[in-house]
Design a protein around this ligand. Sequence first.
Ligand code: BTN
Length: 274
Amino acid sequence: MDELRADRWEGEEAAALAARWGAADVHLFARVGSTNEVARRLATSGAPDGTVVLAEEQTAGRGRAGRSWSSPPGRGLWLSLLLRPGSEGLPLLPLLTGLVAARALDPFLPGSPVAIKWPNDLLVDGRKLGGILAEASWEGGATRALVVGVGLNLLQERADFPAELREHATSVRIEAGTGPPRLEVADRLVPALLRRLRGGSELTAAELAELRERDALRGTLVAVTDPHSGAPVAEGAAEGIDADGALLLRDAAGTVHRVRSGTVRATGAAVEGR
Ligand code: BTN
């Protein structure tokens, strides 16, 4: 198996990281297929809520809709968090995680706002800086565990991205000219994420306002397709994100659609009056 454990990450032992982040446990890997896959496996063997899996490198990093996620060694933050939120799940998990991750990155990107592209992308200037992959594992109709994977591009140079991603992907180093210390990003991200995801599954008014500020789609024309079948879901002008996390799309006839899941593609220019 393509899996190699590590004693330390950025010079810190797993137990020390767990203590400073308030995590139940931290599992460190020098190399792993996918941290989400490991977290799911740990869930099956009874690992507690608040378990973190962190890898230096992923050899089979997963993105949404069956895509792969480029995770070269030492260049980013590749981690997954195991949650046991009860049977209701957390429908807002990707958006809440995106908000916390955007805030964690803000200080390292002065003058370059981190935008959220519904439901799970972090963008800077239209280029992908990070992504979130939330997955549930079910047992007997109830959620046994949720795994939220976060991939943040921190230290890559353009040449570190596969050729087909170079146009569309970016990193903090590319945007800011200097790479952030990964431990500092993780210190800002992990405890805040644990706190927020334990702190209720509704968007607060302040979070909704922040989402509106960070919304990369608002005022653009987009098409949403089913991530698995590719079938069209809705098309229209993005009008924001609702309190339950739905993307609001106004179609050509003026009807507003509430889109709960899907893959979004921009189809045209900005809509007037944004
Ligand atoms: C996407 O934008 O498509 C989601 C990307 C999610 C990537 C992260 S990296 C850590 C975790 N492990 C994975 O295999 N994927 C997520």
